[in-house]
Design a protein around this ligand. Structure first.
Ligand SMILES: N[C@@H](Cc1c[nH]c[nH+]1)C(=O)O
Length: 365
């Protein structure tokens, strides 16, 4: 997909993949719309300050920045639309009764990407429910994610749950503040020796990771009261998920969960190398010392499309020279993509047609 024409991590989407991407987006947004999520469409870039500080524990790390000659302020290209939706909910839609349900789709860009996942220009499609991060809200968001992906034909779905702020919740000052970042890193890397060196009490959390029910049982044994309410919440969320979706729980997974709070999840599809989406609960900073809870998810269209073959989706009917405009119109009204020959030597093959009109009848090529 990458070519010498474009920088590493950037790509063009060509036919039929660009149409497949548009169709995927439409299906996901339509499913979300059915649950009351209405579209917002923020700009590609805005004040860096706003992108970096709107979400608690968020940042505009790896954003492309530049000085705006008009305002003389630093702007950044968004790396994530969630912070922009947070800004809209906190300001222009502050008067709107809660919860507010919003959806979005658009390009995001990063200056740097890990070597294993070099994509730097991607498309996000997602929803945010602002005004609650309660179990009922999280349940709805996960349900919409699953339904939207299934309605878009994504197969072999699995959800990996995580508890992003678990370390802070369980810590109780046992680990000094200057060691916390390292502990998080070691937990995320599943480095048993590293974790033992800092805080052996956290070791069971790494060992618990795996199949959802088994991991829950193990955590319930070890977790104590603090964990109990979170695990109850997770259990209720998991109950909303259809049986054909595989569920796992990795309580120390932090990668990609920069600002998520008590609950997070990654989505995978069969054939996808990377996560196809991510979501969870988080906190919007309102600016006057107040905060607001929210929960949402973002899907990565490119990862979804890379996991499947769009070329089979093409159905095109070749109309030989002399086909009347009325006949062509009638066929299009039936739903055909009908491609007209413009010259005598044009062929169904050249027009990538799967069907042709032969004596007025549709036949397979
Ligand atoms: N925007 C986040 C996922 C998310 C949406 N809402 C909450 N979390 C991401 O792309 O990783």
């Amino acid at each position: 997909m990458t070519t010498g024409l474009l920088p590493q991590g950037f790509h063009d989407r060509l036919p039929p993949h660009a149409d497949a991407a548009a169709a995927l987006e439409a299906r996901v947004l339509a499913a979300a719309h059915g649950y009351g999520y209405e579209r917002v469409d923020p700009p590609l870039a805005e004040f860096e300050q706003s992108l970096a500080s709107r979400l608690k524990s968020g940042s505009a790390q790896d954003a492309v920045r530049f000085v705006d000659p008009v305002s003389q302020r630093t702007l950044a290209i968004r790396t994530d639309i969630t912070a922009q939706v947070g800004r809209i909910a906190a300001t222009r839609m502050a008067h709107h009764p809660r919860p507010v349900r919003l959806s979005y789709a658009g390009p995001v860009m990063k200056l740097r990407a890990p070597q294993l996942h070099p994509e730097r220009a991607m498309r996000q499609i997602g929803i945010e429910l602002i005004g609650s991060d309660a179990v009922a809200a999280a349940r709805e968001v996960v349900t919409v994610a699953v339904e939207a992906l299934q309605s878009a034909g994504v197969e072999g779905l699995s959800i990996d749950f995580t508890l992003p702020d678990l370390v802070d919740t369980l810590n109780h000052d046992a680990v000094p503040a200057d060691k916390l970042a390292e502990l998080r890193e070691r937990l995320d890397a599943k480095d048993a020796a590293g974790v033992t060196a800092i805080a052996p009490a956290f070791l069971p959390l790494i060992e618990a990771a795996g199949d959802f029910d088994e991991a829950m049982a193990r955590l319930r044994e070890q977790g104590g009261d603090v964990l109990a309410s979170r695990l109850d919440g997770l259990q209720q969320i998991a109950e909303a998920i259809p049986g054909d979706v595989t569920m796992t729980l990795d309580p120390t997974e932090l990668h990609g969960f920069e600002y998520q709070s008590w609950f997070g999840f990654s989505l995978f599809a069969s054939g996808s190398r990377d996560a196809i989406g991510r979501g969870g609960s988080y906190t919007i900073v309102l600016g006057d010392g107040r905060e607001e809870a929210a929960v949402g998810f973002s899907l990565y269209a490119d990862a979804i499309l890379d996991s499947r073959d769009a070329s089979g989706d093409r159905r095109r009917l070749f109309l030989p020279l002399g086909t009347t405009a009325q006949r062509a119109q009638a066929l299009r009204a039936e739903g055909w993509v009908a491609v007209a020959a413009l010259s005598e030597d044009d062929t169904p093959e050249r027009q990538l047609c799967t069907h042709r009109l032969d004596d007025g009848q549709v036949v397979e090529v």
